[in-house]
Design a protein around this ligand. Sequence first.
Ligand code: GLU
Length: 296
Amino acid sequence: MTRPVFRFAPSPNGQLHLGHAYSALLNRDMAREAGGRFLLRMEDIDVTRCTPELEHGVLRDLAWLGLNWEKPVRRQSNHFDDYRVALDRLIDADLVYPAFMTRGEVRARIAEFEAGGDRWRRDPDGAPVYPGEDRHMTSRERQNLFDEGTPFAWRLDMAAAIAHVGSRLDWNETGQGPEGETGLVPAKPEDWGDVVIARKEIPASYHLSVVVDDALQGITHVVRGRDLFHATAVHRVLQELLGLPVPDYHHHDLVLDNDGRKLSKSRGDTSLAALRESGATPDDITRMIGAPSSAV
Ligand code: GLU
């Protein structure tokens, strides 16, 4: 039997905080318990926000926590060609389209609609779904915009993708969704609308790179925060369209601050580096997050 493969996949666009420590230690412990492998992956496709210094900090924090991972570490920014191949397959199958509306245009479109009294549809993260009118552009109109150098993103034509898949998708959830979903969970990709699959300059979005990498690295168990539970529906569709294997998913509790809010890199919440500098030990971190790490 092949060994289970787990991964911790941080984005080095800020300092790691207690929530990352929880996720990393849980991955390590679940891998140990299953007699599996533990990989680390740097999700740094956003090359403007992810820096070598931040990546260095991530590696230092994880080593300080006592984690060991297999080398070499896969760094997504070194593998844009892999995502390009997957993107080209979706382009050839006519399942993605160039979306030209700017954020401001989307906002205006929605404000106009909502002025009529109805609420525009939101995705599971609370963001308005993309209007998708440019799905119906003629190839001539598209070409003109390309020629003018108008920025665009490749978006999945979700309705076409669902029709192409042809059957309802699900996944095996060994953790829990926000509503306690567990076991065989039905995927609802339609709730997301036309998600971004790639950008003009970067041939991958999070959704595309995560499914390509999980497959390329032979990941059998995805263990990550509950905030990504609903995104799994998008990942299932992409796996089906690209013929990729489906790992088990385990969405875990989020570490909340004293006000019950999710920790965030941007708010500069309790970073591991700051805690270490103020004298905390790795054992203190384990105690603070209540991770089952020392039990295994
Ligand atoms: N890179 C993502 C993050 O830092 C995690 C992706 C995943 O585990 O699927 O939130």
